[in-house]
Write a protein that binds this ligand. Structure first.
Ligand SMILES: [Zn+2]
Length: 247
């Protein structure tokens, strides 16, 4: 749990960001996908905000150039406008939705950052969907609810990086999670892959969205082979600090 000091620091930091008159952000003519994510502050974000103002009525006057909650909600609106649903409309830009926004509202998206397979993939277990969802009340867990999404699949089915990122850990020391991998993704989140039978990657390794990280298994505390997939904030892994997986 964060201490009062930490909470105070983070509130103070946000207030400072609004009022200390940091140099203003210059709009980018060409937007980089890797620059446009929640928490970012740069010219690419400003360009995207200008487009979102026209597309869905975003008012970004309180934080031009900063990708905060309002910008995220506006981007989710844009994704829904494109017909995306569920975790595909989470307000985190992907290559396709960003290019469509640029095509309609007059900016280019830089090629060559984000990888040839695109900014993210549809499922951490390609071809498989969620069979047991995040948040279902379950007394088996200390939290009292299911802390991730489960993807049931046969042993040795490939699991892949949902976004570009860097492998934070990859080891057999997950305890109830068995063989596990933490992926520090380019949107600032850490995605946790559990119960693996096989790991292909090592800590510090850079990976692209869609790249294989390992294979489905039944290591740790399980009743059958599946991927248990969690979504955490950056920083050391802390049990229960999860959210509904989205990427
Ligand atoms: Zn699970």
């Amino acid at each position: 749990m964060p201490g009062i000091g930490e909470i105070f620091d983070s509130v103070a930091g946000s207030v400072a960001e609004l009022f200390t008159g940091e140099p203003s952000v210059q709009r980018a003519e060409v937007v980089s996908l890797s620059d446009v994510h929640p928490g970012a502050r740069n010219g690419s974000v400003l360009t995207v905000q200008e487009a979102l103002e026209k597309a869905v009525g975003l008012d970004y006057s309180s934080a031009p150039g900063t990708f905060g909650p309002r910008t995220k909600e506006a981007y989710a609106k844009w994704q829904r406008h494109l017909g995306y649903t569920g975790s595909a409309a989470d307000g985190v830009p992907g290559r396709t939705s960003l290019k469509k926004l640029g095509a309609e509202y007059g900016f280019k998206v830089r090629e060559g950052d984000g990888g040839s397979t695109g900014g993210r993939v549809g499922s951490p277990v390609p071809g498989h969907g969620v069979n047991y969802a995040y948040g279902v009340p379950n007394a088996r867990y200390q939290t009292g609810y299911h802390t991730g999404d489960d993807y049931a699949a046969p042993e040795r089915t490939p699991v892949v990086a949902v976004r570009n990122g860097t492998v934070k850990w990859s080891d057999a020391r997950g305890g109830a999670y068995g063989n596990w991998i933490g992926l520090q993704a380019d949107n600032g989140r850490v995605y946790v892959y559990c119960h693996l039978s096989w790991r292909d990657v090592h800590p510090g390794q850079k990976v692209k969205a869609g790249q294989r990280l390992g294979r489905v298994g039944s290591t740790g505390n399980v009743t059958g082979p599946h991927l248990h997939f969690e979504d955490h904030p950056a920083g050391p892994f802390r049990y229960g600090h999860d959210r509904k997986p989205a990427w």
